[in-house]
Ligand binder design. Structure first.
Ligand SMILES: Nc1ncnc2c1ncn2[C@@H]1O[C@H](COP(=O)(O)OP(=O)(O)O)[C@@H](O)[C@H]1O
Ligand SMILES: [Mg+2]
Length: 344
């Protein structure tokens, strides 16, 4: 079919290649050279032969120059496109995007249109007074709680609901399930199963949700426990561990699902002060590895040292979002100033 077409075209346009003895026409030549050339040739030849040939000399040879020019383009354009493709700026879509997120319980509006982006590898701290909606925000991000309206995107999965949408359709539930697989969550109260060893705790979700083979799940679980410094504690039960160790086991459990983003809801609030640092150290190590993390915390010093930026929330709204130390030294909003005053 194409052959026939090509023959027809060649004939119609009388490509100079035929004259120069090059009978074969490759597809790339056809698309990058001849099609353009053929089109222009008809026009340009008409123009030149009609008006300019007399003083430009042989129109045929001029034709050939134009043809050679397009022949060069045939190589230059793909090379340029390749160059452009590989020198494009990094994919800058944030790994997590939240837009106009709203959530109410009955008449109480808990999140009043929250929005922010998190770039891959960032550590973001969320601070704010008790009851301002921090936990609700994290629970919505993990689809443990279904937002009333707004958009949440995590690593390519987007949940969207519009205002007044009464029913949650099955598609939303499927997407929520997808999203949960990309998000690891760590709670204040560890929430480990007390009747299982920490190894079994860490293996459980990969076995059940991902249906990983037992050996694979176990190997991965041991690797995660190693990572949080509990390599030698795999067979212990939660009750045989300190709070700090239990929380680190909970982090390993979340990591075992290979999440794209980790969420922590006051991960150190239930710990003795002595044990706080070992948990924060794990989060810092994960940050160094490039894990994306969002931490609701009262550890202002940690937030200040370790975060890429800080979100200050009050009454269901983001009051201030800052990637500079400025939020501590010179907060823009009076409410932030009042809150941080107690810590500094
Ligand atoms: N399941 C729920 N039902 C009703 N009200 C809730 C529920 N969860 C949270 N709230 C209310 O939402 C507000 C924000 O709670 P929360 O997100 O836990 O705040 P924070 O974590 O910042 O302390 C609080 O006033 C709380 O009482
Ligand atoms: Mg909370």
């Amino acid at each position: 079919m194409i052959g026939v077409k090509r023959k027809g075209l060649e004939k119609a346009l009388q490509f100079p290649c035929e004259k120069s003895g090059d009978q074969r026409l490759t597809p790339s030549a056809f698309f990058f050279g001849y099609s353009l050339f053929g089109f222009l040739r008809v026009r340009i030849t008409h123009f030149f032969t009609g008006r300019l040939s007399s003083f430009l000399g042989n129109a045929e040879s001029y034709d050939k120059k134009i043809y050679e020019f397009f022949l060069t383009l045939r190589f230059v354009i793909p090379v340029y496109l390749l160059y452009y493709r590989f020198n494009m700026p990094e994919n800058e879509t944030p790994i997590l995007q939240v837009k106009e997120l709203r959530k109410s319980y009955g008449d109480v509006s808990v999140l009043k249109g929250v929005g922010f982006d998190v770039e891959e590898g960032d550590l973001v701290s969320i601070i704010g007074p008790s009851g301002c909606g921090k936990s609700t925000l994290l629970r919505c991000l993990n689809a443990l709680e279904i937002m009333d309206s707004g958009t949440i995107s995590v690593a390519g999965v987007t949940l969207r609901r519009s205002e007044g949408e009464a029913r949650v359709d099955p598609r939303f539930h499927n997407l929520a399930h997808e999203l949960r697989q990309r998000v690891g969550m760590v709670f204040q109260q560890f929430n480990l199963f007390p009747n299982k060893s920490i190894l079994e705790n860490v293996m459980l979700a990969p076995l059940v949700v991902k249906e990983e083979p037992r050996e694979v799940a176990e190997e991965n679980a041991l690797r995660q426990l190693e990572k949080v410094g509990l390599g030698g504690f795999a067979k212990r039960f939660p009750a045989q561990l300190s709070g700090g160790q239990q929380q680190r086991a909970a982090i390993a459990r979340a990591l075992a699902m290979n999440p794209k983003v980790m969420l922590y809801d006051e991960p150190t609030s239930a710990l003795d002060p002595m044990l706080v640092d070992e948990v924060l150290a794990v989060m810092k190590a994960l940050d160094a590895e490039g894990m994306t993390q969002i931490v609701v915390t009262h550890e202002i010093r940690f937030a200040r040292d370790a975060s890429d930026y800080i979100i200050y929330m009050e009454q269901g709204e983001i009051v201030e979002l800052s990637d500079e130390d400025e939020i501590f030294t010179n907060p823009k909003d009076e409410r932030t100033r009042r809150f941080l005053h107690r810590f500094l």
